[in-house]
Design a binder for this molecule. Sequence first.
Ligand code: SF4
Length: 938
Amino acid sequence: MKAFLISPGDNLIERIITYLFKEGKDYSSNLVVFPGKRPSHFLRKRLAEIEGSSFLPPRIFSMDEFIDYVYSEVVGIRRRLEIIDAIAILYEIHKDSRDPFGNKDFLDPDTFFPIGVKIYNDIEELCIEGVSLNRLKEFDSLIEETMPPKSMRRLQSLSYFYENFYKKIEDSHYSTRSSRYRDVSLYIERFDFRVFNRIIFSGFFGLTKSERLMFNYLKEREETIFFFQDGFGIDLSSLGIIVEKEESYPSKPQIHFYKSPDTHGQVFGVGTILKEKILMGEKIDERTVVVLPLAETLFPLFHHALNLLSPGQYNISLGYPLERTPLWALIKTLMELVLSMDGDRLYVPYYLNFVLHPYIKNIYFEGQAETTRILFQTIEEVLSDKKAMKFITLKEIEEDEILETFLRERILGKGENISVLRLKEHLRSIHENTIQKVLYFDNVGEFARRIIEFIQFIFENSVARLHPFFYPYCETFIAELDKISRSLMRNFKFKTIGSYFNLIKQVIISSYTPFYGTPLKGLQVLGFLETRNIKFERIFFLDLNEGVVPEIRKEDTLLPFKVRKILGIPTHLDREKLIGYYFDILIKGACEVHLFYIENKEKDRSRFIERLLWEIQKKEKKLDEKEYLKWIQYPITLKSQKPRDIEKSPEIVTFLRNFIFSASCIDHYLSCPLRFYYEHILELKEKETVSEDLEREEIGNLVHEVLFEFFKDKIGESLSEKDMNLEDLSKLVFKHFEKRFGKSTTGELYLLRRQVNGHLKDFIKDYQIPKIKSIPTKIIGLERRISTKIGSFHLIARLDRIEKRAERTTIIDYKTSANKKFLSINFRKLNPDKRESWTEAIPTLQLPFYLTVYSQFTGDDPQQMDGFFLLLGRNIIDTSIEVPLYSEDLERRDQFLILNRIIFSLLNEIIEPSIPFSASLRRRESCLYCIYQHICTN
Ligand code: SF4
């Protein structure tokens, strides 16, 4: 045996090559093993360069591959269990136990799954570290007195699983990764190593007990060579291997530190440096690596730095978490929809979320996606109009008549040669292949196959596959689901559909999609551990923050730290050592290093940056670290910009002269002229959506309908108490609820109906009856829509109720709100001659506008009229729900004249060409909730 400790500046691959045994072009009598897979590509490539023609390569393995190779020789062929199989076995053991773990808490397979993952990971660690069952049991009793009862119970359970699981897989001729390591370490002498002239193990650090046993055996063989790399924390004393320290090549990398406020700053930093290098004609090839310890930085990097290179000039090799992929987001949306179903009825907001997902709304119809987009946007519009309808069946959507009419206008109206029948078939087919696909199935295996079919449908029929990474996502998803469908859990049946989704979720959150690029070509983008044992000349290392490098893992184990220490199982401290070691080697082996970290309120730089900085400061005897740090900053202007004025073009003026003004338009103008411009001239409106809450507006409309129908037979008559029949009112409430929300009312609707019914009854009992008792009242109009012309202005108004109270005509507007703050005019603050006082003193001109329009229309004297709002949303209904237009302190006549003058001044201001739409006239708080904030300053 020979063993070498080489410098990180030295090239491990080159060192190995010097020791390979070779006969002509035949290297096949060499066995080379690395901890991971990646260095094997580099070794093969280098040999190909040396040989210049075809050659017989060495047997090169990663450690896992080596174990599988030897295992099949010394033990035989045994199926290696997937994690889901292992959990199915653990579950059976758990079920058969007389005293199941967690008592009854984990009796269903889906509730057992997460705890099963922990148990499995722990027993696999115990197995690979060769912890004997007796040791574990001995350990149980050893710590019985010091351990809290809960933890003690866990350990006893763990020994139960440990004992029974490996017995069971042995009997069933299965294996796991750890059982293979254990068996190979126990039976390694059965393997015939004589076929190899050289056995080279290189680049190892932090061995498991099974690996140490193998090394112990191998170190006795003459043909064995170990290569270790000298780095931070390496300690070979426990291996009993005497190493030769070879002549080292001192490495002096140029290290640059960059501090950035966020991820984007880092990737812009990488992009800028790459750009400079490209401009200077430097080669960006496989000797340059971008290390991404956080997979989520991949996409910002892809869009802002890798775009400087063509696709063949870089290679991405890292595991990307499946739960971060858009495909998982889609499956989650499907899951949310299916889980929210009430019988066969779908929850409308979730249905829309699903069908408006880009992968669904872009399903091809006869080779193009536009028709499907129009189809689902139209469905959104139709369902948004039925805001109150919260649940709907697929059949109801497919057969909706309004949808059919809209589709005729939108698609067929454009002259497309498509029939409504075909569109409906298309919609039905999408429903069948997506939502309905996952509604009916028998067991876990069938459910997984249904999800596979769903993914395949999306892949084959939607634009999703045009996404550059969609194919690898799909492949990994299908592979994981396929494992589930063939697993030992495939025949399990769960009680609820949610449990099936939950199982898929548990598998997905622990899976990664591997991006295997062309490993030897172009700039390498790698996860941190993928860099092991490879020497790079130029390094960009991102996200060097505490918690990322080294990673702080949530202790997902049932074994407490102290217990791990005693049993000799690795702890998070060992993991940190391993990261520190490989980081050290990577950096010291390079010539040019760019280290990026984020510094903000939540993030601190990594301890590895601290250490490097301190070493440099010590060496250069400088106290201030600032001169080594570069800051990445954006040119951000924090000062908010002033909204621009909008001048009135002749076209706008013509448009305004023909405009039909309502009270709300004038209110909008008064609150902010720019808002009026965006809303009524550009017609930029917020898209109507189906929200999860029943809309206030929807309830308002229902109340209006009920009150209209209740009073409509009484128009022209004096109201009397005997006309106020509360039972009739209740019937109307029920009738209109059914009309708007459908027959079947869910809990939410049931409560709301009760609430509205009670409130309207209170309105009649505690407001209407006392009112008609105190003043003779006759209704003269309900829900009247009036349009008229005053001067050159077209005006329109919709009046909820007009009545005669004694001799005065009174206009009433129902409000479902409870707050009079936004309705009462403050006459004390109002100065008719000061334009700026109008916005602050007048929250709304609705009532004076109605009085103006009504009086013009009927010829009545507006000064003989009253107006008020009725606050139907108040908790307590009595006569104080009236919010009168006029103040008691002043003559009503004067008040009307002032308000009337203000209305016409505003109308003239709106159409005046020389007065731009300007935010300088806005109400102070108007911007707070304004939907145009983003456009009016740009
Ligand atoms: S954000 Fe402010 S200034 Fe801009 S339109 Fe809205 S209210 Fe007017």
